[in-house]
Design a protein around this ligand. Structure first.
Ligand SMILES: [Zn+2]
Length: 362
């Protein structure tokens, strides 16, 4: 025991002065040395992301906090490095983040304040560090990713369907049949039937329509994973700068007596719920099925489209009566007309909402 204690004491005497000397010297020398940024557009989804990379001459720790309010910003505190040559303000892309202010908060600590044109939520950014890679001649790095957020100010809807750009996604397709009814009817078939009828009605009304598919096929690739497939569908809206995104599906449940129509939305803009409500109201007014209401849902396409979007579950393909209805051209035409009436009603209301918002700001 006493020998071990002696050994410990010796080690302490040997180590303490050296380590404290070494760490204080190193941290006072560590500096932020370079900053660069670029905007990356996801090839599949069309979504944009700003990446800010800060080179550091040694390892540091970084933590982030979001601040909303009149001047929204993302603040990153760096412990273990001074701002060095980066002290001051540096312009960023201007859309996702305006600029970055870098200041000293102590002998070996810095604060990076990224000013944002609008507040974002916790899921919209990511902060991480990368160790130095001598082989690749890369220093220690702090990386900040911020996803593009939707500016509510960009939505200025006008009444009417003429001149509108509408993206339509007939659910499933190709190797993905979707739900299958008791009589063997596949969801992918009826979603396409109705979508093509919606397309025809909208084009007759003077709108431009982009379809994720017009035949029985996978949109991204056969037997692909869900995310690239869904991202490819959202991209049809994003790349074509659609005014609204329409997703058409049929529901399914273990109990075959369950039936009805429901419309889903994700509240990413001021208009998503309004859109879903108008669609649901107009569709159930025509199709005569149980009104299962408007529901909030975290569905990929609803969340990753940059415009108001809805997903309609037209009817239950698992319900024998509704399965028959879904294959009937008359019912399909009613569904299509209900969706188009809902879009028309939405644009009228959204135009009024936009006008009111502008007036209240003046
Ligand atoms: Zn489906």
């Amino acid at each position: 025991m006493s020998k071990i204690k002696m050994l410990c004491l010796l080690l302490l005497l040997l180590c303490i002065p050296q380590t404290s000397w070494a760490s204080s010297t190193n941290s006072s020398q560590v500096k932020l040395s370079d900053v660069r940024f670029f905007v990356h557009t996801d090839a599949i989804s069309g979504e944009k992301k700003l990446r800010v990379v800060i080179d550091v001459t040694g390892p540091v720790q970084a933590s982030a906090s979001l601040n909303s309010g009149p001047a929204p910003n993302l603040t990153v505190d760096v412990s273990g490095a001074s701002p060095g040559p980066l002290a001051g303000q540096i312009s960023l892309d201007g859309n996702i983040a305006t600029d970055i202010s870098i200041l000293s908060t102590g002998e070996a600590s810095s604060r990076l304040i990224l000013h944002l044109p609008q507040s974002i939520d916790d899921s919209a950014y990511r902060l991480f560090t990368l160790p130095a890679n001598k082989a690749a001649n890369r220093p220690f790095r702090i990386v900040i990713d911020i996803n593009q957020t939707i500016s509510q100010a960009t939505f200025h809807f006008t009444p009417g369907l003429r001149g509108k750009v509408i993206a339509i996604d007939p659910g499933h397709g190709g190797t993905d049949s979707g739900a299958i009814g008791p009589d063997g009817i596949m969801e992918k078939t009826v979603t396409l039937d109705v979508a093509l009828k919606v397309k025809q009605l909208l084009e007759q009304a003077g709108a431009t329509v982009y379809m994720s598919r017009v035949t029985d096929r996978d949109v991204y690739a056969p037997n692909d994973d869900a995310i690239p497939e869904l991202a490819a569908r959202a991209a049809v809206g994003n790349k074509n700068k659609a005014d609204v995104f329409v997703d058409i599906h049929a529901n399914s449940f273990v109990n075959p007596s369950v039936g009805g129509t429901a419309t889903y939305y994700y509240p990413k803009t001021d208009y998503d719920k309004l859109l879903a409500q108008n669609i649901q109201d107009q569709v159930v007014a025509i199709n005569g099925l149980t009104d299962r209401g408007v529901r909030e849902a975290n569905f990929y396409v609803l969340k990753h489209t940059l415009m108001p979007a809805f997903l309609i579950e037209m009817a239950f393909i698992s319900n024998p009566n509704e399965e028959k209805l879904l294959t009937s051209p008359q019912f399909q035409q009613k569904m299509a007309q209900g969706i188009v009436n809902g879009l028309d009603a939405f644009f009228t209301q959204a135009a009024q909402l936009g006008g009111n918002t502008d007036a209240s700001q003046n």
